[in-house]
Design a protein around this ligand. Structure first.
Ligand code: 39A
Length: 222
């Protein structure tokens, strides 16, 4: 359920996520970023990055991913085979190394067992399957679905929550905030296409909307 609180006076009044998107779009926050915002060479890297990024800074994740690339460990098979101690050492920069290493290795094993390949996983995985995996909560599941599997899910995180609260919106749950973000975009999809001036998929829009939110929050404009 959504409720209105005191609005930050430096911000315009907004009544929907569509208006929030318009506000952020005018800030030109993604000019130096990839099309789908999440920086990565491959979708597989996004899957691993989505777990490594839990409770740490993105720069630390980049260090861990660089180490994993050097070890040629960025595939399901390589993750299953890699020695646990070597893997732990590689992902040390992103913290919670013991917990994350065991969870990532187990996830790789489960994906191979249930889907046979990463491509088949991306095409067929459900949110329920992801949530049944140890260490994957709502935000990580949505990050994997949105950025690695290119599905129409919008990630909402602590940055999203803080930003909308500065516009006067409070939500009781992750799902409520996500529903608010997605609803305003879905309802105004035609207007958004007009605004962009070219066809843009809903998935790409969700990626860019979430990316704009993170970049806005990191720019310390609040
Ligand atoms: N928290 C984050 C990030 N911050 C990020 N970037 C910056 C680029 N990514 C990709 C994921 N999670």
């Amino acid at each position: 359920m959504q409720s209105l609180t005191k609005v930050n006076k430096d911000f315009p009044n907004i009544s929907s996520s569509f208006e929030l998107l318009k506000f952020l779009k005018d800030e030109n926050l993604l000019e130096k970023h990839p099309e789908f915002w999440w920086p990565s060479a491959t979708d597989f890297e996004i899957l691993i990055g989505a777990i490594l990024t839990q409770n740490t800074k993105w720069t630390n994740v980049e260090k861990s991913l660089k180490n994993l690339k050097k070890l040629n460990a960025l595939s399901l098979e390589a993750l299953c085979e890699i020695d646990l101690d070597i893997f732990i050492q590689a992902i040390t920069p992103s913290g919670f190394k013991n917990q994350k290493s065991v969870r990532i290795k187990q996830l790789a094993k489960n994906i191979l067992e249930d889907f046979s390949s990463f491509e088949n996983f991306c095409d067929n995985v459900s949110k329920e399957w992801l949530l049944s995996q140890k260490g994957i909560g709502l935000e990580t599941a949505d990050a994997i679905l949105c950025y690695a599997c290119h599905k129409e899910f919008m990630v909402v995180d602590k940055y999203t929550q803080r930003l909308v609260s500065n516009f006067g919106f409070e939500f009781e749950s992750y799902e409520d905030l996500q529903a608010w973000c997605e609803y305003g975009i879905n309802e105004n999809f035609d207007k958004i296409i007009e605004l962009y001036g070219y066809e843009i998929s809903l998935n790409k829009l969700f990626c860019r909307f979430h990316g704009k939110i993170i970049e806005f929050m990191k720019s310390n404009k609040l």
